[in-house]
Design a binder for this molecule. Structure first.
Ligand code: ADP
Length: 623
């Protein structure tokens, strides 16, 4: 039988696994048992929803057997099995390869992190085995097939003999080496311990033949050995157990076993809700975003069970988009087993559960924010963007839920602060929540508008992410205080009388400047907010300069531009030169107007129309 080659990425992944120095090789057993359990879930669900299938509960189990002499470890399940085609597509290719990150990660020389970060499912068997054989008979098929591979160079698929539906995964365990003990994976007691440790909550029995001893009947002094089949896992799913019987380690193991993530979760919630709809849930807030979290490949959702039967692996309707990072499982006896995906969306019970979950997650996050601030900041670093996006994308509908979970960098504290913290220390007559936008904290910090407000003693929130200002505009107010950009026309400060006079005095010149810049700015005026800088741009309308930048970088942008005003610092010494030029030399006045406008653009991080012309003009005045 000719060998088939693996797809390039699979091959590379296998090479990494085979040569891996990963210290936690024992996890392979957990991965294989998880697959077996998933396959039984599918079969079990079928038997409950399809009358033509007659299966008893006792028919579902996983069995682990060892043949020490031939160095074989077999994990058999009575799950749904795989057809020849499924063996080909499921085992011969990596399901996760759609993600760019994953592709990049396998190109890295040392693949150490792959195993920890991505999980490798079935292939993890190659960390401990020289050869992997899978014999499977799919439900509804008369034929069984054998898939076999000794590593990266390819695999074969041949017809095989198997009486019952299900899958046998057979590992030929490697010979032990000086620094690596592989024999442990042929030792029943060690295997039993691994099952207990990693797969205790699997709902189906995991059976093993264990060697035991008892006193001989004819002579009680002597012991005789015998083999007895034992169920080695407790089988009670974690969500059915009592919180106080469980340790943090148990939850962590469950998180791993369900492959929710390969980080340590930031926090977990164990919910038992009674009421109009009862349900149990174990939910996790991960610490880090999964590698595909911010891509279109990411699918949110919780595992949904109806009284112990898995209905859906990823039920999206249980989570709002802004909490899409939450992982876990929900089990409710009030849900119908036959419910279809389309019906789920409109299911009243499901909506009640979803609402309850939303509130629990919010409460949990608020508590972390209050009691474990550093941890919350880590969380926000990973998922804050999702929360802000939540406010923006639902037109502010989720403001109530989300506004108290937000953090922004504060000019005063020089760290992330909440809106409540900001409001609690506003100045006596302060009416607005001030913010400034830009690419980075250090850039914003240097903006003339920011400098001015800081000097006046105001705290400013620095918005550095593209979604920030959109979210804030959508919120409109927080605790009845309006948000105000330090670049907006009217800052809501008390007016200075003298500046009004100056404004009058220079009105004619400013009008002339505005004419020269008519396609660029709405108006030119004396500034009340500049100290050391000669000029700045401020927003005249709803669309801010920062929003203009973001919108124009989007595909099919509609050339949306902010309405801007150019403000001039009449106390700066270049102002006198400008005035002199206005009175004496029209060309020079035009030149200065143009230079000042371009300077203001540069400070704002806006592109200038013609950089070459701009530098030529600078050279001209340097001469
Ligand atoms: P993952 O489980 O993350 O999808 P794996 O490499 O572990 O990745 O498995 C790939 C696929 O092979 C599974 O999604 C499943 O469809 C199939 N599979 C693996 N093990 C079994 C099994 N014991 N019975 C039936 N199908 C299986």
């Amino acid at each position: 039988m000719a060998k088939k080659g693996f797809q390039a990425e699979t091959k590379r992944l296998l090479e990494i696994v085979i040569n891996s120095i990963y210290s936690n090789k024992e996890i392979f057993l957990r991965e294989l048992i998880s697959n077996a359990s998933d396959a039984i879930d599918k079969m079990y669900y079928k038997s409950l929803t399809d009358d033509s299938v007659s299966f008893n509960k006792d028919d579902y189990f996983i069995k682990i057997t060892v043949d020490k002499e031939s160095r074989l470890l077999k994990i058999s399940d009575t799950g749904i099995g795989m057809t020849k085609e499924e063996l080909e597509t499921n085992i011969g290719t990596i399901a996760r390869s759609g993600s760019l990150d994953f592709k990049q990660a396998i190109e890295i020389e040392d693949g150490y992190d792959i195993i920890g970060q991505f999980g490798i499912g079935l292939y993890s068997a190659f960390m401990v085995a020289d050869k992997l054989t899978i014999i499977s008979k799919a439900f509804g098929s008369d034929e069984a097939y054998k898939w076999e591979s000794t590593g990266a160079d390819g695999y074969t698929i041949t017809p095989a003999e198997k009486d019952t539906v299900g899958t046998d995964v057979i590992l030929t365990i490697r010979e032990s080496m000086e620094d690596e003990d592989y024999d442990q994976y042929l030792d029943e007691h060690r295997l039993k311990w691994l099952v207990k440790n990693y797969s205790d909550f699997i709902r189906y029995p995991i059976k093993m033949d264990l060697l035991k001893s008892k006193p001989k009947e004819e002579n009680e002094e002597e012991l005789e050995e015998y083999v007895e089949e034992e169920i080695v896992n407790s089988m009670v799913p974690i969500w059915e157990r009592n919180k106080n019987e469980l340790t943090e380690e148990d939850y962590l193991n469950f998180y791993r076993e369900r492959r929710y993530g390969f980080d340590d979760p930031l926090s977990y919630m164990h919910i038992k809700a009674e009421g109009t709809v009862s349900f149990k849930a174990v939910l996790f807030i991960p610490e880090k975003p999964p590698f595909d979290f911010y891509t279109k490949d990411f699918e949110k959702g919780l595992e949904l069970y109806s009284n112990g039967v898995l209905i859906m692996k990823k039920c999206a309707d249980l989570l709002p988009d802004y909490f899409s990072f939450v992982k876990g499982v929900v089990d409710s006896e009030d849900l119908s087993l036959n419910i279809s995906r389309e019906m789920l969306q409109h299911d009243r019970q499901l909506n009640v559960i979803a609402k309850n979950i939303k509130n629990r997650v919010k409460k949990e996050l608020q508590e972390i924010m209050k009691d474990q601030r550093e941890k919350y900041e880590e969380f926000f670093q990973s998922f804050g963007r999702q929360l802000k996006f939540g406010i923006y994308s639902d037109f502010g509908q989720n403001k109530e839920t989300l506004q108290d979970l937000l953090l922004f960098y504060s000019s005063k504290e020089e760290k992330m602060v909440s809106l409540d913290e900001y409001c609690s220390r506003m100045l006596e007559k302060q009416e607005y929540i001030y913010y400034a936008t830009g690419d980075s904290v250090s850039r914003i910090d240097k903006l003339p508008q920011v400098e001015f407000m800081k000097d006046k003693g105001y705290e400013i929130l620095y918005l550095t992410e593209d979604v920030d200002e959109f979210a804030i505009k959508m919120m409109g107010t927080y605790q009845d205080k309006e948000f105000k950009s330090v670049s907006s026309k009217d800052l809501g400060l008390e007016k200075d009388e003298s500046s009004q006079e100056d404004l009058q005095e220079n009105a004619e010149m400013f009008r002339k400047m505005q004419e020269l810049l008519s396609d660029k700015v709405q108006t030119v005026r004396a500034s009340e907010r500049l100290k050391d800088h000669p000029v700045c741009l401020v927003n005249e309308g709803e669309i801010s300069i920062e929003m203009e930048k973001i919108l124009s970088s989007m595909p099919n942008n509609q050339n949306i531009e902010a309405e801007k005003a150019l403000e001039i610092n009449i106390n700066h010494n270049v102002f006198q030169s400008l005035k002199d030029a206005y009175q004496q030399d029209e060309d020079k006045f035009k030149l200065y107007t143009d230079l000042l406008y371009n300077q203001a653009c540069l400070i704002e991080g806006l592109p200038i129309d013609d950089p070459v012309e701009y530098t030529n003009k600078i050279c001209k005045i340097m001469k």
